[in-house]
Design a binder for this molecule. Structure first.
Ligand code: NAD
Ligand code: YCP
Length: 315
């Protein structure tokens, strides 16, 4: 019996190279979201992720396995995320995706998951926004100025035509650095309220554990992508915005288990994004809408396959 070959390793630079634009991910991600929301016939097997708290250091380890029959792809992402880190040279989120041969279980590749996590999360928010943004969407607001703020800025300015981008961060200095580093306009705001006022699309991408977005600030009909607060006792959005918006989620099961914004507000889930993509639930874009994103393993499966296939065809 021959031993399996050593798995391929693709670091973040290689991943970037084989993944020039996150918008490449939109079609396969839409298919994956629709398949996920189709139950067993969609061919997606994705148990709820396991999250191990590392209390002593305010950290968490997430284990995110998934199989997609349509893509014939099997992966597990391991992701760590740490709150209030003193050492700012280390990213708050670090991830690795393991890609297996689904025919025999051989580990084919170990792929940096940090770039994948940044790009696939932003691409899913872009899908939600395509369906749920108001007919006229001139002003984009981003709360947060970290990794996800960058990946969201990149794909949102590529796919949509906002006239204005307003950005707020807890430390203004980081928002200023963000505005100087992006290729395009970004207006730094002194408060979250100032950034949110008048915005048609709002993205919350912070490590906040208590609300930073309040319903009284939100323009009627706006669309909100709520990307942070992925623990059952963490919040980014207040009860007002949660209860008075139409609520879309990536996964009902995950939202009811992991999302403090959903669990603690008692807001009712209207639909999964995959149901909107399939057309079995409407996109009520004239209403104020929230897409609560927690991140799904199947998104990493699709992204890792795209990177691996691109690498294979060029080697
Ligand atoms: N839904 C998903 O699929 C998904 C995927 C990855 C990350 N996330 C979440 O998105 C959020 C941003 O992730 P990131 O990788 O950009 O993190 P990051 O550490 O790069 O950036 C976090 C930003 O939040 C700000 N911040 C930190 N604590 C805050 C607080 N208490 N109040 C307000 N702002 C605060 C920081 O200044 C920073 O600008 C996190 O909550 C993360 O868990 C979600
Ligand atoms: O889906 C993800 O990759 C992230 C991991 C960290 C917490 C939020 N969701």
């Amino acid at each position: 019996m021959s031993r399996p070959a050593c798995p391929l390793y693709l670091g973040s630079e290689e991943v970037e190279k084989h993944f020039p634009s996150a918008s490449l991910l939109i079609p396969p991600l839409e298919t994956a979201l629709a398949n996920f929301s189709s139950g067993p016939e969609g061919g997606v097997v994705q148990p709820l992720r396991t999250v191990v708290p590392v209390e002593k250091y305010n950290g968490f380890l997430g284990v995110m396995p998934a199989y997609s029959a349509v893509d014939d792809a099997l992966t597990t992402k391991l992701v760590t995320f740490y709150e209030n880190m003193k050492d700012t040279s280390v990213p708050s989120h670090q991830a690795t995706v393991f890609l297996f041969d689904p025919r025999n279980g051989t580990l084919k590749a170990v792929i940096d998951g940090t770039v994948i996590t940044a790009k696939r999360t932003a691409a899913v928010s872009a899908i939600a926004t395509k369906f749920l943004k108001p007919a006229v969407a001139d002003v984009l607001c981003i709360l947060g100025a970290g990794v996800q703020a960058h990946s969201h800025y990149e794909i949102f300015t590529e796919l949509f035509s906002f006239k204005e981008v307003k950005i707020w961060n807890r430390s203004r200095e980081k928002a200023e650095t963000f505005a100087q580093s992006v290729k395009g306009p970004a207006q730094v705001c002194s408060s979250a309220q100032e950034a949110v006022t008048g915005a048609d699309v709002i993205i919350t991408v912070t490590m906040a554990t208590t609300p930073i977005l309040f319903g009284s600030w939100v323009k009627s009909g706006a669309h909100i992508n709520a990307v942070g607060a992925s623990r059952p006792d963490w919040r980014e959005l207040d009860d007002d915005v949660m209860r008075n918006s139409v609520l879309y989620v990536d996964s009902r099961e995950a939202a009811l288990t992991e999302s403090g914004d959903v669990i603690l507000s008692g807001a009712e889930i209207f639909a999964e994004l995959g149901e909107v993509v399939k057309g079995t639930k409407p996109a009520l874009s004239e209403k104020t809408t929230v897409f609560k994103s927690l991140g799904m393993a199947i998104e990493d499966t699709v992204a890792a396959k795209l990177v691996f296939d691109s690498w294979s065809s060029s080697n």
